[in-house]
Design a protein. Structure first.
Length: 145
């Protein structure tokens, strides 16, 4: 599936681009956690790079909230999740951001399953504490297992 990447999505001044890739989610541990595996290729102008990773999303009873553990070819981390109706918002912990060209950049993603049989995924970024800006939106199909 090819998707459009907005200008500035990867930081101030980054060009528009394309993303191609796929992913698969599997419920594990008796349906308590979602294990997702995916890979994507990003193309921005003449720059091309690949992302490959796994996340595990579920409820953390000790912290009394949803959490996501991610391990990918960039590194690994633990993200906080907020459940709002049919939407799960996945964000870095407060104070955690990437630093690039003198800017502090945060990314968050959300999964919304309000439409039966579909999952809408949005990616947003925030630069230097400003507004959240949409960088990518895609709609996936839920398949019966």
């Amino acid at each position: 599936m090819d998707r459009h990447l907005q200008a500035d999505a990867m930081g101030p001044g980054s060009p528009e681009g394309q993303i191609a890739g796929h992913g698969t989610g599997t419920w594990v541990n008796d349906g308590l956690y979602l294990l997702f595996a995916g890979e994507q290729t990003y193309r921005l102008g003449e720059l091309t790079w690949a992302w490959k990773g796994h996340f595990l999303v579920g409820y953390d009873p000790a912290m009394q909230r949803y959490r996501e553990i991610i391990a990918d070819n960039i590194g690994m981390g633990l993200k906080d999740c907020t459940l709002q109706d049919t939407r799960l918002i996945v964000d870095f912990a407060p104070g955690v951001a990437f630093e690039a060209d003198g800017h502090s950049i945060r990314y968050r993603q959300s999964y919304d399953w309000a439409t039966p049989g579909k999952i809408t995924v949005t990616m947003e970024r925030q630069v230097d504490g400003g507004d959240w800006v949409l960088t990518e939106r895609s709609v996936g199909t839920r398949r019966a297992v």
